[in-house]
Design a protein around this ligand. Structure first.
Ligand code: CS2
Ligand code: MG
Length: 402
């Protein structure tokens, strides 16, 4: 069997997505997500100029061999662009293999280890009152876990909060927006927010919070300690994950569970944190961590150290990634939780899929493959529209993590 064609489809049904379509001489095709929010065109060029020419003529069944060829053969290893491109190929090849077998992808990954994937949604509000209402609205539709982000008094724009209570889309058209950040204002606000939340909803629902890389280790330790009475499911990205020993300082001060890894792109990024039990959940996912093949290796390492998966699932990861992640998540032994930011109806129309949300759980479908397709004619009606993630500065003008 041979790969006879491959092409990159860029579409923007409200936000940009990059999709790789690989076609075989068996008449079966596979799809992989190659979306890297704000750097989409870098992945497109990597795939079109450096990967696709090397794929034509290869046997699509040799998934691990092609993965190793693209990883070692590039010489320049790892990084978000390279590993997202490899992920797109890997995911498409797993889709093809499952279609050839006539099986839903999870059956090739060991079969079901659970009946469904507990999902968490995003409840955002400009102030405490709006945030409390948003949490209750998500609980009312069945979520058992809700991530909570709110505006910070005294700050104009912060991560996670859309103007006017709309659904939050981080990338904004045009060049990057600059936002102002104050750790002091944030640290004064968040513990009070969660105290009020627990008073309103009790301790039944799982509550999560994304610090989004914005604290130093000692500040994150202070926040984790202050949040202990609120019993969070996790505190995410408490400090920039390049400073991996910084997590030991956080660990020494608080038992609030820690989740990290949505910006990781290989097992090497995760190794120190997992082996030293400095985190509780690993957030790496299919599209940015080298695809199904590599994510399985990350999860296997995590399993040895009782670290569970908590795959990233924001709207800037396409339904192709979500579909593949659900097949991965329902099979993997150490599943923790799956992020679920539902895509818009426009996006779902471009990417018809068979996964579904039911009563707090996400469920992959039974269609052979990962269960997601692309309507290319519809996709063509949404041309690429440049958009960037915001940047942040402290009130004195110092560049800071957004
Ligand atoms: C966030 C992401 O979902 C999350 O946990 O960290 O939405 C992140 O901001 C975006 O994926 C960046 O493109
Ligand atoms: Mg996050």
């Amino acid at each position: 069997m041979k790969i006879v064609d491959a092409k990159v489809i860029v579409t923007c049904p409200g936000r940009n997505f990059v999709t790789l379509r690989i076609v075989t001489d068996a008449g079966v095709h596979g799809l992989g997500d190659g979306t890297l929010n704000g750097r989409e065109k870098a992945v497109v060029a990597y795939l079109e100029d450096h990967v696709i020419p090397c794929l034509i003529g290869r046997d699509p069944q040799r998934i691990e061999d092609i993965w190793q060829y693209l990883y070692k053969g590039a010489y320049w290893r790892r990084g978000p662009v390279t590993m997202t491109a490899i992920a797109a190929v890997d995911t498409a090849l797993w889709d093809i293999k499952a279609k050839l077998a006539g099986l839903p992808l999870y059956q090739l990954l060991g079969g079901k280890s659970r009946d469904g994937l507990m999902a968490y949604s995003h409840a955002n509000g400009r102030d405490v009152a709006e945030t409390l209402d948003a949490v209750e609205a998500h609980l009312a539709v069945g979520y058992r876990a809700v991530r909570v982000q709110s505006g910070v008094p005294g700050l104009d724009k912060v991560y996670g909060i859309a103007p006017g209570g709309k659904a939050y889309e981080p990338a904004q058209k045009g060049l990057p927006q600059e936002t102002i950040w104050s750790t002091e204002k944030y640290l004064d606000h968040v513990p009070r927010l969660f105290e009020k939340l627990r008073a309103r909803v009790g301790f039944g629902p799982h509550l999560l919070h994304d610090v989004h890389h914005r604290l130093t280790p000692i500040e994150a330790a202070r926040l984790g300690k202050a949040l202990e009475p609120c019993r969070l499911f996790w505190m995410e990205d408490p400090t920039p994950a390049e400073d991996q020993e910084g997590f030991r300082l956080i660990r020494n001060h608080t038992v609030t569970p820690i989740a990290v890894g949505e910006v990781f792109n290989s097992v090497w990024d995760c190794k120190h944190l997992i082996e030293n039990r400095l985190i509780d959940y690993i957030r790496a996912t299919v599209v940015h961590a080298g695809g199904i093949s590599h994510l399985r290796k990350i999860a296997a390492l995590a399993e040895l150290h009782q670290v569970r998966t908590g795959c990233h699932g924001a709207t800037d990861l396409s339904p192709v990634c979500m579909g593949a992640a659900l097949h991965f998540g329902i099979a993997v032994a150490n599943f923790g939780i799956q992020e679920h930011m539902p895509h818009t109806a426009e996006t779902d129309a471009v990417f018809p899929h068979d996964y579904r949300f039911e009563n707090g759980f996400l469920l992959p479908g039974e269609t052979p493959g990962h269960g997601v397709e692309i309507d290319e004619a519809l996709a063509a009606r949404y041309p690429y529209d440049p958009a960037y993630l915001p940047t942040a500065r402290l009130e004195d003008g110092t560049v800071w993590s957004w």
